[in-house]
Design a protein around this ligand. Structure first.
Ligand code: HEM
Length: 447
């Protein structure tokens, strides 16, 4: 495009952002007013529910992207990890900048990772280091990309279809479908089924909540998570010792870890295997269950997209189905932001009008939800438009710590939902209910 063309396009996008910010401000004022009015006793809960709703967050980010793209607050919004204040980063270019600058903006999870393992860190809690490379490299050998089509996908497809076929046209999605299939995958693919499906689901969910979601560091979240960690460690220690005593030589992750141990691969002693497994199990179960529920919930809100997903599922067109699911998750991802702490004083978006000085110790919330709706990076992000390029999506992180399970996610979510979407008359039989947790516990469906 010519310079005048570029100027006109840049001005048009920014005018659009200003208009969207005005609309968002109005909507936020109305919703905030409604939450404030009514009985004072329920006010706190109403405001918390409003702030937790993804649609509210999208409106707030539309406002921030236009008027305060890198908003600095002296308040510590994340109390669960040491920090000196908060910067909320909302533009796509700045979110990616923060997540790329790993040496300036570090992961903070180490103390909680050590509490979970009763000792060592797990690689998501590490900065770039020899230990990080050692553990990721070893686990990539134990969990290979070619496993996804060969081992993971067929298991999920078969189990999900069997559950839906046997449900009699009604099921509670997390309890009957996603959690049993995912804990089943832990048994089938990892070799760690747990004492029961229910216990594996509860342990991994409690630990995930404590590590990543509980920003306030609540005792009521910490205590059950540490009890779950202790139980899970004990279980894994037993399984590892038993399998080492009687190797099965299968393609299961556990057997592969023990083969690496036998070959003398560093970091693969029993404790190393256990700590790596615990991190991966936590990463898999609650996240994938929540993503499946959110993706389907998003489709059920959009009849045209739902019909397209049903057609794709019936035609076995996995690519078309996946494109619709990623677009649904773009509006309602599992996590709206990723947090990092500034290792030293630095500047975000240097050389621009929105440059922001970030003092050492600041918690930086890199809002991936906002980045995926930034009109400077995406064409008409407010439109539901399946088939955007992969770079439009930041559903499982970005940069060095991008999700280790990304290829598993891309295979599992469509396979889990396909049997439901193939059925006639799929509809909600109740709302998504977290039962007081940040994860879907109930989502009744009928078809
Ligand atoms: C829809 C499901 C999932 C979502 C939404 C999700 C989300 C994420 C996000 C946002 C990150 C980056 C965290 C950060 O940078 O602070 C991440 C990293 C990670 N995830 Fe996932 N995840 C999912 C599934 C999985 C699965 C299935 C596994 C295990 C097989 C897994 C294991 C991990 C690990 C080990 C990391 C750390 C990677 C590293 O430090 O290099 N996740 N995930």
């Amino acid at each position: 495009m010519s310079l005048p063309g570029n100027l006109a396009s840049a001005a048009g996008i920014r005018l659009g952002m200003a208009g969207a910010a005005l609309g968002a401000a109005g909507r936020l004022a109305v919703r905030g007013g409604r939450a404030w009015m009514g009985d004072a006793a329920g006010r706190g809960a109403r405001i918390a529910a409003l702030l937790g709703a993804t649609d509210t967050q999208r409106q707030a980010f539309a406002l921030l992207r236009a008027v305060a793209p890198n908003l600095a607050l002296s308040r510590r919004l994340v109390a669960a990890y040491d920090n000196t204040g908060t910067v909320i980063v909302t533009r796509h270019a700045d979110v990616t900048e923060v997540l790329e600058r790993e040496s300036d903006f570090a992961v903070v999870y180490e103390p909680k990772m050590r509490a979970i393992t009763a000792g060592e860190n797990f690689f998501l809690g590490m900065q770039d280091s020899a230990a990080y490379t050692r553990d990721v490299a070893a686990m990539r050998l134990a969990m290979r990309r070619e496993d996804v089509p060969r081992l993971v996908l067929p298991f999920v497809a078969q189990r999900a279809e069997a559950i839906v076929a046997g449900s009699g046209g009604r099921l509670d999605m997390p309890q009957d479908l996603t959690l049993p299939v995912l804990t089943g995958l832990l048994g089938q693919y990892f070799g760690t089924p747990g004492p029961s499906s229910a216990e594996m689901a509860a342990w991994t969910t409690r630990m995930f909540w404590y590590l990543f979601v509980d920003l306030r560091g609540e005792e009521a979240v910490t205590r059950p998570a540490l009890a779950a960690a202790e139980a899970c460690r004990g279980y894994l220690d037993g399984v590892i010792a038993a399998r080492r005593a009687a190797p099965a030589g299968t393609d299961q992750v556990l057997d592969r870890c023990l083969a690496l141990q036998a070959a003398g691969v560093p970091g693969m002693d029993d404790l190393g295997i256990r700590n790596n497994l615990i991190g991966l199990l936590i990463g898999l179960v609650p996240t994938l269950s929540k993503a499946c529920v959110k993706a389907l919930d998003g489709l059920l809100d959009r009849p045209v997209a739902l019909a397209a997903a049903q057609a794709a599922a019936r035609a076995d067109d996995d690519a078309a189905l996946a494109a619709l699911l990623w677009e649904a998750l773009r509006f309602d991802p599992v996590n709206p932001f990723i947090y990092r702490r500034a290792v030293r004083e630095t500047v975000i978006a240097r050389g621009t009008l929105r440059a922001r000085r970030v003092p050492e110790g600041t918690m930086v919330l890199a809002a991936n939800l906002s980045a995926m709706h930034d009109p400077i990076a995406l064409d008409r992000p407010q439109d539901f438009r399946a088939g955007r390029g992969a770079e439009a999506y930041m559903l499982w992180g970005y940069g060095m710590h991008t999700c280790f399970g990304a290829h598993i996610n891309q295979a599992v979510i469509p396979q889990m939902l396909k049997p439901l979407l193939r059925r006639e008359g799929l509809r909600r039989a109740g709302p998504v209910d977290g039962a007081g947790t940040p994860f879907p516990v109930h989502f009744p469906l009928a078809f």
